[in-house]
Every structure is written in structure tokens, then in C-alpha cells.
Design a binder for this molecule. Structure first.
Ligand code: FDA
Length: 319
């Protein structure tokens, strides 16, 4: 019932301005949001980052926002990233080979969905952020959004990597094309974050069945681990994590040649356990006031997340 009915409904709602108005207007929502979102300001994102660094975790920070159709908003997003990078440049780690600090970008927040020249505008804006990130010793990874953006996103990443060879990208195992993309992109110097995929996609382009998505994830992971790049294993799934450990052993990868990644507020104990094994674990930390789409995708991922949200309306909600 969750996978077949609630999940698609929540993912559809994640793009509905009407539902957004209702959900973001509820006082009780904000408390739940804080479980998944580090705050609204650069100072709050910086504080969350410093705390995670103290526990040995690496961090990737995302200024929330997506599907921008206003060029001024895209410019404002660039300004937020520049302020964030200023804040991050004060934290240690900017000279290590594997950079402890990273920012994640959504190209649709940088103008990719603008009706005219969206691709070129997003590239120009991402280039500005990469220039500032290079000066701050911070890596950049470009997030993956819905499948209609994949070709444009991979082309932007290729262009950025000509000037900033450390720019990473995300591949989504639920897309039918991704095994091929993993083969194409697993070369020397690449940084690929492999995730299952969080959007609502049609059967023509994406596996619909969870088992098929998991099987695809494992095939993609195998390709990346046997490749020459730097795989970033983004999952909370114990089955995927155990399989990853096997691939890492057989590819004889040392800890500096891959990393695990998980989302802020999810499986905190497991994040700490992985750090204690000597592996690099990077926590993806979202912040900003445009948290609606991100928050709804988290609710759509797991019945327990939805139940946690619904409980916030119950009798004990104010405690
Ligand atoms: P999935 O949701 O399939 O859950 C499998 C199992 O994992 C569960 O049965 C449970 O055992 C365990 N589990 C999951 N959540 C848990 C929890 N809260 N507590 C306890 N156990 C839990 N997507 C995208 O489309 N584009 C992107 O750019 C990114 N970027 C990204 C970065 C990072 C760092 C991560 C971790 C994820 C993303 N994603 C993403 C999201 C990703 O595509 C996916 O939606 C989520 O990670 C959920 O999938 P999982 O692999 O975690 O397992």
C-alpha cells in the first residue's frame, strides 16, 4: 500500500504548489522538518557542519531549492552558496586529498529550468560556485533530479570538469540508462555518487519494482568499484551497505578511494559506526527555507518517516 499508493501520492504532492502552501503553513510541520534539515541560514548550516566534523564525519551541504523559473531566484541561490563557502573556508580540511567539505548543487535551482537558455545559465552559475569552492578547498557534487534533466546535467558536469576535474556527479540506479552511464563515467578521476533515486519516474525510463531498483544498484556499484574513479555509496540500506563492503574488499580499495554517504538525520548510529571502521562517511546536510520538495521526498521514502510526521499532529504533539 505504501509503495503503490502513498509513495506516488507524496511524490506528486512534492510538486504541487497548493499542497505546499498547506503543508508549509502548519506550525507542527516545522518541528519535523528540523529532523531532516539543518536550519535556514548559512550560520546554522555551518554549526551543523562543525558538529558533524567533530564526530569524524565528512559533509556535503545543499542550499535547498529546485525548479526555479525566476532568474533572480537563481542568482540569489548563487549568492547563498558564495556566503556558505565563505563560512566553510573557516573550517579545517581544505588541503586534504579527500576533501572533508563539499557542497551539493541542484542545477534546477541555478536556472536549468528557465524557459530560455536554462542550460547555459545553470552552467554559468555552477561555474561561479565551483570557482569559489576551489578557492575555499571545498569539493562540489551536482545532484541528480528528474530524468528529463539527466542529459543536460551530465553535459554541465562534463563542461565543469574541464576546469574543475574534481567535480562529482550523481547517478540514480532506478533509471534504466544508469548502468551504461556508470560504464561511461567510471574512468580515472571521476567522482560518482550512486543513489537509488528519489523522484517519481515513468516505467519507460525507470525500474518501478523495489527489487529491480536494488538489483540495478548492485550492478552499478560493482561497475563503479571495479572502475578507476572514486565511488560515493549513497544509501541507508543495510543490504546495499553489506554488498558494498564485499565489492570494496574484492577491488582492494583503501579508505581514501571511496566513501559512504547518508542524509542528515537518518541512521545517525550507523553513520558513526561506519566512521569507527575507518571508512569515510559523508553526511548530506540540507539547509534553507525552501525545504518543501526535499522534505516530501523523505516522507515518500519510508513509512516510518511518514508516521513520524503524522504523529506530530497527535495528542502528544506539543511535548
Ligand atoms: P531505501 O529507502 O530503499 O530503504 C532501504 C532500507 O534501508 C530500508 O528498508 C531500511 O532497512 C533502511 N533505511 C532506510 N532509511 C532508513 C531510516 N531512516 N532508518 C533506518 N533504516 C532505514 N536522490 C536523487 O534522486 N538525487 C540525488 O542527487 C540524491 N542525492 C542523495 C545523496 C545522499 C547522500 C543520499 C544518502 C541519498 C540521495 N538521494 C538522491 C536519495 C536516494 O535516491 C534515496 O531516495 C534515498 O537514499 C533512500 O534510498 P536508500 O538507498 O537509503 O534505501
Amino acid at each position: 500500500m505504501f509503495t503503490t499508493t502513498l509513495r506516488p501520492a507524496l511524490l506528486a504532492a512534492s510538486r504541487s504548489p497548493r499542497v505546499e502552501k498547506t503543508v508549509t503553513g502548519m506550525a507542527s510541520t516545522r518541528k519535523v522538518v528540523r529532523r531532516f534539515v539543518a536550519g535556514e541560514t548559512e550560520a546554522q548550516a555551518g554549526a551543523a557542519t562543525a558538529a558533524l566534523r567533530e564526530s569524524g564525519r565528512y559533509v556535503s551541504i545543499d542550499y535547498l531549492g529546485e525548479d526555479t523559473t525566476d532568474i533572480e531566484r537563481a542568482r540569489a541561490t548563487v549568492s547563498h552558496y558564495l556566503t556558505l563557502l565563505d563560512t566553510l573556508s573557516e573550517l579545517p580540511g581544505s588541503t586534504e586529498a579527500v576533501r572533508p567539505l563539499e557542497v551539493s548543487l541542484k542545477l534546477s535551482a541555478l536556472g536549468q529550468s528557465l524557459p530560455r537558455d536554462g542550460h547555459a545559465i545553470a552552467l554559468e552559475n555552477a561555474h561561479k560556485i565551483c570557482t569559489a569552492a576551489a578557492a575555499a578547498g571545498v569539493w562540489v557534487t551536482v545532484d541528480a533530479e528528474d530524468h528529463t534533466t539527466t542529459d543536460s546535467t551530465l553535459a554541465v558536469v562534463r563542461a565543469l570538469r574541464a576546469d574543475f576535474p574534481w567535480v562529482g556527479t550523481v547517478l540514480q540506479a532506478y533509471l534504466l540508462r544508469t548502468e551504461g552511464d556508470c560504464r561511461d563515467l567510471a574512468g580515472p578521476g571521476s567522482r560518482i555518487r550512486l543513489c537509488k533515486g528519489a523522484y517519481r519516474e515513468p516505467a519507460g525510463v525507470a525500474y518501478q519494482d523495489r527489487d529491480e531498483v536494488d538489483a540495478s544498484y548492485l550492478r552499478c556499484l560493482d561497475i563503479l568499484m571495479r572502475g578507476q574513479g572514486y565511488p560515493m555509496v549513497a544509501t541507508h540500506d543495510p543490504v546495499m551497505l553489506e554488498a558494498a563492503a564485499g565489492y570494496i574488499r574484492s577491488a582492494r580499495r583503501e579508505p581514501d578511494r571511496f566513501e559512504f554517504q547518508m542524509l542528515y538525520g537518518i541512521r545517525d548510529e550507523e553513520q558513526r559506526r561506519l566512521v569507527a571502521t575507518g571508512a569515510h562517511l559523508r553526511t548530506y546536510v540540507p539547509y534553507g527555507d525552501q525545504w518543501y520538495g526535499y522534505f516530501m521526498r523523505r516522507l515518500a521514502e519510508r513509512p516510518a518517516n511518514l508516521a513520524f510526521f503524522l504523529r506530530s499532529f497527535g495528542p502528544g504533539a506539543r511535548r
